[in-house]
Design a protein around this ligand. Structure first.
Ligand SMILES: C[S@@+](CC[C@H](N)C(=O)[O-])C[C@H]1O[C@@H](n2cnc3c(N)ncnc32)[C@H](O)[C@@H]1O
Length: 280
């Protein structure tokens, strides 16, 4: 696939079904991923200008804006997710701003950010090297990059169990292509190190982050029925098949249910780097 086709595919997804599912599930997802927020914002200084990459519905942008006074921008390709982020900012009187653009190619003002953060928002670039070079130009010399991404599918069984369970009902589910834009694109730590070193970042550290996450048990079926490839494909099934699949999913996820909670561990990488001096 060409880079343009890869971008178009992601843009369609995040402005369509995936974006809609994230908007509808905002409260659930923000509560689920809340334990990652302090890890992402650790060390943030009050005077640092922040860019939140792939900020979605804005939880981490708003959280960063609450901690600093130098300006905070969220960039995302999804118009519906940003509309919600903007509404949330207005509701809480936040000065966070949002830009609807491809972070890979957007013409950010050079050297205008001192800290670049992202919670699961950097794995979807058509050309990650071009994207991180563009983000380097947006960063001031010595700016800090702090990202949380997923490790491999194998290390995150909670995230792939739905696909494995749904295979008999949904034989046409898209196959995950290793390294291609998507949830697990940054699973290979060495690839991430090389990618950042080649795009203007140094002092790159990629460290495992294993974080217990949980959601209330009644949220499990809505989560599985809306999110991810299965949640989206499930909408297309006729009612009987959909009900049978939901029942199958609920049974398959039983090992993750502990009383009133669903619990699993998120196997992530914490990626830290610093903007290297620009050459030329
Ligand atoms: C998994 S969601 C994470 C959202 C948010 N960071 C959070 O933690 O709630 C991934 C986000 O990346 C955004 N995204 C994907 N490709 C992008 C691109 N090329 N430029 C900017 N944002 C992009 C999507 O629209 C989506 O909001």
């Amino acid at each position: 696939m060409t880079p343009q086709a890869l971008f178009d595919e992601q843009s369609r997804l995040w402005n369509g079904a995936a974006g809609q599912a994230w908007v509808e599930s905002q409260a659930l997802l923000d509560a689920l991923f809340a334990p990652l927020e302090p890890l992402l914002l650790d060390g943030l200084q009050v005077h640092e200008r922040v860019l939140d990459i792939g900020c979605g519905t804005g939880a981490t942008t708003l959280a960063a804006a609450r901690r600093q006074d130098a300006g905070c921008v969220g960039v995302d390709v999804s118009a519906p997710m940003l509309a919600l982020a903007q509404a949330r900012a207005e509701r809480e009187g936040s000065r966070a701003r949002f830009v609807c653009a491809d972070a890979q190619s957007h013409g950010f003002e050079p050297a205008s950010f001192d800290r670049l953060i992202s919670r699961f928002g950097v794995m979807f670039f058509a050309d990650p090297r071009a994207a991180f070079a563009n983000l380097r130009r947006a960063a001031s010399d010595g700016a800090k990059l702090r990202l949380i991404v997923w490790r491999s599918a194998a290390e995150n069984p909670f995230m792939t169990l739905a696909e494995r369970t749904a295979a008999p009902w949904l034989p046409q589910l898209p196959v995950r292509r290793p390294g291609a834009p998507g949830q697990f694109a940054f699973a290979e730590a060495q690839r991430v190190r090389e990618l950042l070193a080649a795009s203007g970042w140094d002092r790159v550290e990629v460290s495992p982050l294993d974080v217990p996450l949980s959601m209330p048990e009644p949220a499990l079926v809505p989560y599985l029925s809306r999110l991810g490839p299965v949640g989206m494909a499930l909408q297309e099934l006729e009612e009987g098949a959909r009900a049978a699949l939901v029942e199958g999913l609920r049974a398959a996820f039983a090992p993750f249910v502990r009383g009133e909670w669903v619990e699993f561990e998120a196997a992530c990488w914490l990626i830290e780097a610093q903007a290297a001096p620009l050459r030329g």
